[in-house]
Design a binder for this molecule. Sequence first.
Ligand code: ADP
Ligand code: TRP
Length: 326
Amino acid sequence: MPRRLTGFTPSGDLHLGNYIGAIAPIVAGQGTTDTVVFISDLHALTLEHDPSDVRRRTLEFATLLLAAGADPGTCLFLVQSHVPEHTELHYLLECTTGYGEAQRMIQFKEKAGRQRQVRMSLLTYPILMAADILLYDTDEVPVGEDQTQHVELARDLAQRFNTRYGPTFTVPRAVNPPVAARIMDLTAPGDKMSKSAASPTGTLRLLDEPDVLRRKVMRAVTDAGSDVVYDPERKPGVANLLAILAACTHEDPNVLAKRFDRYAELKAAVADAVVATLAPIRDRYLRLSGDPDHVRAALRTGAERARELAGRKVRQAKSAIGLLPG
Ligand code: ADP
Ligand code: TRP
């Protein structure tokens, strides 16, 4: 079975795009892929952060992943900072990365350009991400376009390390989710629905109450004209609503388009489908969050299992790179 790994950084709120693009595929693949799912809390420290927010969100994300169907019995489910091998391997990989190579990362340039104070960890974060991936001999990393360059870096580092110090790491590859899985902001259909969106009205949060979800869908930006057709180029707003409906009902957006004569009918159907998808997750979340110890226990067991694998990999890498075994 190929091993697949996905990380969620506890900044912002998880939304329908995360669910359709990342969480639902993890849950669906649990029987046929060997899955590692983790909360990348260390990555949340690369930008200005509030400690209590990171702590609260780490537990919230873990609870939501369980509520959405992640099964800690089947997949490896953990918090990054609970497995110190992530940072240990990070250092060894820093010694494998060129300064220029890290500086060239597009996301670093974009994020650094927007701030006055840039944390050193923002520069080295793709190397920590490479450690996350290489630590578990990951074969496949499902990521959006914005993270593809980081997975390429992980590939380069694995190959370089293996060539210079002997075969140590599995060389991973990025797998892009299908295009239809890219959900756009409801108020700005040219932009991806994102945890860091400027306005919350375009983002369907996993923990929004059903009424709030409905209201956001009914107020979604549509396009000129009144025909319901699936045309992402010319009618991005309507196409996004159809893509959401298609993802929630497992149908084809072109086929769905034929069922509606007016935008209002389409919106009502999308609101129903989104509520039908997310309300049960929210209900399970509310139940599980009444017993945080249960979630913490799952994370503890996950970290213990992860440390066995990760510890072996780090020992192998330390020995290859020239450190004296302790
Ligand atoms: P965000 O962009 O909201 O900060 P992340 O970059 O943390 O989200 O992405 C976490 C996961 O969710 C990734 O696997 C990414 O591909 C997926 N994802 C994020 N936004 C969307 C979206 N709008 N549509 C589909 N998948 C998405
Ligand atoms: N950096 C990713 C994000 O912000 C999350 C992440 C951390 C990740 N480590 C990873 C994703 C390793 C894939 C593989 O979305």
